[in-house]
Design a binder for this molecule. Structure first.
Ligand SMILES: O=C(O)c1cc(C(=O)O)c2c(n1)C(=O)C(=O)c1cc(C(=O)O)[nH]c1-2
Ligand SMILES: [Ca+2]
Length: 685
């Protein structure tokens, strides 16, 4: 009975084959992103053409997996703005703006992002960046109910960036972001009709002097050192992206994130595994009770979130059919675990790693001696950007392969010995916007090179089968289909179809901007379509980009023999290295400390990072850098997400300007080039 129910959950109209919707974030409860549609296949995919394009009008990140239900496409763009679009014509039906305040942007680590909505019984559920969960009428976009998901709003920097999920027939589940800032992670279930809270499950223990919420918290507290007073900083463990659901087993799987602060030496000085950080946890979806956990990265100290996609599959392993959960988290290992019991089955690294030599038979990493950075600057591989981040993977049960958007983004880290909970200190990474890391970055330059790769991974034999290399990290999520295809958008602005078995590229088209989101496929009246939301951004995309474009967010739908014309890409207006802003050289060193504590994680290193959706200040127009006070102090761009910094004095701003101009001058000198025409607004070519 439940198997039938599952099939209809995937799409109400699947039975007719005529119209197949995409109604869940990961396509199905198992989050496979494997579509059974096969009209578009390896033999005809080269005939794909544009059916229509739609303007999302966003200048920040587009991360959403669209949802298609009854001819309507629901897709979010930055600032959690939801667009309802006629799926056949691409015409706007309605737009819902949850009106996230501009000054909320700096309460998230990685930009005002949103990964999509959930659909259930005529309602759309949207988690907005400022922590409210909205339930809307799917037809009109009218608000039905709205819930504040945040605890102690204002005291902690919580956000929502992930897509809600529907479980147990009547519950909508959402977690939060915030573990870079110091928060306590949890997931909450709300009744789909009323919005009433059903249960909340914390991922880490609270203040041990107070009663524990449940036995799981009591068990978890034994793995934390109370002398670190972790509960003051929150402890971390946000559930900011992945969940999966097995309705047969009646288990909800959640992916739990990193510790707050990142550095375990400050969070739990005597060590400990710090449950349930960096774990997959199975919960009873009816009650929110703990069932089991598997902790992939015990005692996380590297921002090794296990919030990356959890995909469920039934695999024959050593002759036995196993119900498994699969994950490729930031730490670089591909995990297969038993989803009934949480028992470890296998793990192998899918990229080069230097923090562990492998995973032992109990599922514990064998850490390398220098992996827990104690004094000098060390380059840990993978970095906290992850060997795989939130970009969706897909699992094709025909080929037996998982398609992973893998990457390497170099970062060196050193302990921040000055770190104190919620204390602004020049020199302490982003402490000016309340980050709580306990690390400094790039005290020494990292030695590895950035890379981006699509990896086709065999989860049974734990080995790579094929790969496709890209020129940049931070490529889009993947989709696979019964047409033996894999689709992926790329950081360099292409949308590509591969043969799922061999990895041979079969078709590609430019799509006006770098892509980070995942494509979907669906059909209407017997015709198959492929849709991708496009718009550069996310954490790496704040700082860097791999195209010369700054095109606003778009939504593209493709079909066989589609004839629509691809809109023109907009060139970035990035200027040359800034020159000629007067400054006092003795201000540069202090300016660096101020920059690190207030500017670095959004604007990047001046003149070194290329600038993504947030400008790199090394390429500021002269007039902008000279008048930085207007942005930094007077807050003229608060609506765009640039906060006004009360902690900075006028003189501090002068010092930051000195650091930016001084750095630009040093780089220019090192490159041996002439001073550029200042204020030049010519596009980079
Ligand atoms: O610890 C957290 O709460 C948290 C939240 C988020 C988020 O909500 O986007 C990210 C991360 N961590 C993170 O570690 C990370 O690498 C990341 C990348 C992105 C992005 O949108 O590109 N978000 C996040
Ligand atoms: Ca994190």
């Amino acid at each position: 009975e439940s198997a039938d129910k599952k099939a209809t959950d995937i799409s109400d109209e699947t039975a007719s084959i005529e119209s197949v919707d995409w109604t869940m974030h990961g396509l199905d409860e198992e989050e496979t992103r494997f579509s059974k549609l096969s009209q578009i296949d390896a033999s005809n995919v080269d005939r794909l053409g544009l059916a229509w394009s739609y303007d999302l009008e966003s200048t920040r990140s587009v991360q959403a997996t669209p949802i298609v239900k009854d001819g309507v496409m629901y897709v979010t763009s930055s600032w959690s703005i939801l667009h309802a679009v006629d799926a056949i014509t691409g015409k706007r039906l309605w737009v819902y703006d949850p009106e996230v305040p501009g000054d909320y942007a700096s309460k998230g680590c990685c930009g005002v992002v949103n990964r999509g909505v959930a659909y259930h019984d005529g309602k759309i559920f949207l988690g907005a960046f400022d922590g409210y969960l909205h339930a809307l009428d799917a037809k009109s976009g009218a608000l039905i109910w709205k819930q504040d998901t945040l605890e102690r709003r204002g005291e902690f920097s919580y956000t929502i960036t992930g897509a809600p999920r529907i479980v147990a027939g009547d519950k909508v589940i959402i977690g939060n972001g915030g573990a870079e800032f110091g928060v306590r992670g949890y997931v909450t279930a709300y009744n789909v009709d009323t919005g009433e809270q059903q249960w909340r499950w914390y991922t880490v223990p609270g203040d041990p002097s107070k009663p524990f919420e449940n036995e799981a918290m009591e068990m978890a507290a034994k793995t934390w050192d109370p002398s670190g007073k972790y509960w003051k900083v929150g402890g971390g463990g946000t559930v900011w992206d992945s969940m999966a659901y097995d309705s047969d087993l009646n288990l909800l799987y959640i992916g739990v994130g990193n510790g707050s602060p990142w550095n375990r030496d400050f969070r739990s000085p005597s060590g400990g595994d710090n449950l349930f950080l960096a774990s997959i946890v199975a919960l009873n979806p009816d009650t929110g009770e703990y069932v089991w956990h598997y902790q992939g990265t015990p005692g996380d100290t590297w921002d090794y979130t296990h919030t990356q996609q959890i995909t469920l599959a039934d695999l024959v392993i050593k002759g036995e059919l196993r119900k498994v959960a699969m994950q490729a988290p930031k730490n670089g290992f591909f995990y297969v675990i038993d989803r009934v019991t949480g028992a470890f089955i296998s793990a192998e690294n899918f990229v080069e790693v230097n923090w562990a030599t492998g995973i032992d038979q109990n599922g514990r990493p064998i850490e390398t001696p220098g992996a827990r950075v104690k004094s000098e600057s060390v380059e840990i591989v993978p970095s906290s950007f992850g060997a795989h981040n939130w970009h969706s993977m897909s699992f094709n049960s025909d080929t037996g392969l998982v398609y992973i958007p893998a990457q390497g983004i170099p970062l060196s880290v050193a302990p921040d010995l000055k770190w104190e909970h919620n204390t602004y200190k020049p020199g302490s990474t982003m402490s000016g916007t309340n980050w709580n890391l306990g690390y400094l970055f790039h005290v020494a330059f990292p030695e590895t090179e950035p890379f981006g790769t699509l990896i086709a991974w065999d989860p049974v034999n734990q080995k790579e089968v094929w790969r496709s290399e890209y020129i940049s990290p931070w490529n889009g999520g993947t989709l696979t289909t019964a047409g033996n295809l894999v689709f992926q958008g790329t950081a360099d602005g292409r949308f590509i179809a591969y043969n799922a078995t061999t990895g041979q590229p079969l078709w590609q088209t430019p799509v006006t901007s770098g892509v980070i989101a995942a494509p979907i496929t669906w059909s209407k009246n017997g015709r198959q379509y492929v849709t991708i939301a496009v718009g550069w951004g996310g954490i790496y995309g704040l700082l860097n980009k791999a195209t010369k474009y700054a095109t606003k967010g778009k939504l593209f739908t493709f079909e066989l023999d589609g004839q629509a014309i691809m809109p023109k890409a907009t060139l970035s207006t990035r200027t040359n290295l800034v020159a000629g802003v007067p400054y006092k050289p003795e201000h540069v060193a202090k300016g660096l400390e101020l920059y690190v504590a207030n500017c670095s994680f959004c604007h990047g290193t001046p003149g070194i990072d290329s600038g993504g959706v947030i400008p790199n200040l090394g390429y500021s127009p002269v007039g902008v850098l000279k008048n930085a006070r207007l942005w930094v102090k007077d807050g003229i761009a608060v609506d765009n997400g640039m906060p006004a910094f009360d902690n900075l004095s006028e003189e501090d701003v002068e010092k930051i300007i000195a650091f930016v101009q001084g750095t630009a001058d040093s780089i220019r000198q090192a490159l041996g080039t002439q001073p550029s025409k200042s204020g030049d607004n010519s596009p980079i070519e």
